[in-house]
Design a protein. Structure first.
Ligand code: UDX
Length: 435
């Protein structure tokens, strides 16, 4: 099928390359010429395992084309909208890019074609866009097909997702939209992927409520960590024990520094803002607590660092291992790790920070921090070590070797990812999260 993808950020670039991988003929559009040039040369503009491979394969097969010229979408049967919806100044989602993309796209859409929203939007956006599309191009149909991809697993989550959700209008238009999307995802559906057909508002809500639930789960376990710290209990053992209950499940119950990234923090804030606009703010009032618990983790680690450095971090050498919001990513958007690092620097600590992939992205936001090229370099002479992102390379560090590099064998394990017994045996004082 001929497909267009509007927006070549995280979501769009992965979606476009994945659609080509599924055998479709794809034209991918972005307003940023630098991004387009890089993608056209097979150079992924961010770190995502598997993306360079499917991108090169798609380019070599001739099934993908990158352009800044919107008119090239003409002739595609399905047009995916995958632009960003960043957090605006009030916490509500900023829909500037979605509105601009749909307006620009509409000029080239023909009747019987489908505009398929993938961006995360406030509920009600799709109905509004559907009305303007059908006014401009009678016979064209707007549908919503939210994306649930996790960074680090984005390709896998796009090609073989847990489920497909189609938000479609009722009647014949909805039926043809389902048929068109079934054709797009034929390979995925043949693998037995569940497919749910719902109305537009439900599809928009599925995405934000899934993220709200995940954020709540993480903050729940971090709230338990706060209590465990006071009573001397172990939140990891607690998570294992409650996680055996299949109704609860062990996934997303890792206490630590909490959630960051380009989705969960902004999505829970935008969801609250939208609920308030709709007059049902009370229904999501608990998300303010979810957010507050999450942000408290960062303050807690800074306080713990001060405590371990005799009440004052000024002039102390602090080794930071990890800056990305999670491992296998170079993304530092709303990253707890980078936030803590910047705060310690601001308090006067002599920070040496290292991340296997995120030094560059971190330096763009916090150029004042001192970044180094290896864990060893960060660790040399440190008075305190902080492990803030659970990269495998950090989990696998040899604590005996690390003890030989640092000045003081004290470590804060912000992600509960170190082998506590091995580090203790190597002479370290280990402070975990909620343990
Ligand atoms: C998330 C959703 O998982 C995905 O479905 C949605 O489409 C986009 O948002 P992502 O932002 O890639 O994906 O990250 P995710 O793997 O969900 O992790 C989010 C944050 O939560 C990370 O900072 C991670 O470190 C943290 N986290 C996750 C925890 O602190 N504890 C956990 O148990 C799990």
């Amino acid at each position: 099928m001929r497909i267009s993808v509007i927006g070549c950020g995280y979501l769009g670039a992965v979606h476009a390359a994945s659609m080509a991988k599924l055998g479709h003929e794809v034209v991918a559009v972005d307003v940023d010429p630098v991004k387009i040039e890089r993608l056209a040369a097979g150079d992924a503009p961010f770190f995502e395992p598997g993306l360079p491979e499917i991108l090169s394969e798609a380019i070599a097969s001739g099934r993908i084309r990158f352009t800044t010229d919107m008119s090239e979408v003409a002739g595609a049967r399905v047009h995916f909208v995958a632009v960003g919806t960043p957090q605006g100044p009030t916490g509500a989602a900023d829909l500037t890019y979605v509105d601009a993309a749909v307006a620009a796209l509409t000029q080239y859409v023909a009747p019987d074609e489908f505009v398929v929203g993938k961006s995360t939007v406030p509920v009600g956006t799709a109905a509004r866009l559907a009305a303007s599309l059908s006014e401009a191009v009678p016979g064209a149909t707007l549908v919503w097909n939210p994306e649930f991809l996790r960074e680090g697993f984005a390709v896998q989550d796009t090609i073989s997702p847990d489920r497909l959700v189609y938000g479609v209008p009722s009647g014949a238009a909805g039926e043809s939209a389902v048929a068109a999307l079934d054709e797009v995802y034929a390979t995925t559906l043949a693998e037995g992927t569940p497919r749910l057909v719902v109305d537009l508002a439900t599809a928009e809500l599925v995405k934000v409520s899934a993220n709200a639930f995940l954020a709540t789960k993480i903050s729940f376990i971090n709230a338990m960590a706060e209590i465990a710290e006071v009573v001397g209990a172990d939140v990891t053992a607690l998570a294992d024990a409650i996680g055996h209950d299949a109704r609860i499940g062990r996934k997303f119950l890792n206490a630590g520094l909490g959630f960051g990234g380009g989705c969960l923090p902004k999505d829970i804030r935008a969801f609250q803002a939208r609920a308030t606009e709709l007059g049902v703010g009370e229904s999501l009032a608990f998300l303010a607590d979810v957010d507050a618990i999450n942000l408290r983790r960062r303050a807690h680690v800074v306080t713990l660092a001060e405590e371990l450095l005799d009440g004052d971090v000024t002039g102390k050498r602090v080794a930071v291992l990890g800056l990305a919001f999670k491992p296998n990513s170079d993304d530092v958007r709303d990253s707890p790790a980078l936030d803590i690092t910047a705060r310690l620097h601001e308090l006067g600590a002599l920070v040496s920070a290292y991340d296997p992939e995120a030094n560059g992205t971190a330096a763009r936001i916090h150029p004042e921090v001192h970044y180094v090229d290896s864990a060893d370099e960060a660790l040399r002479g440190a008075d305190l070590v902080l492990v803030l992102t659970e990269w495998n390379a950090f989990r696998q560090l040899d604590p005996v070797a690390v003890a030989g590099l640092v000045q003081n064998p004290v470590v804060i394990d912000g992600r509960n990812c170190l082998d506590r017994d091995a580090w203790t045996a190597a002479g370290f004082t280990v402070r975990g999260m909620g343990r």
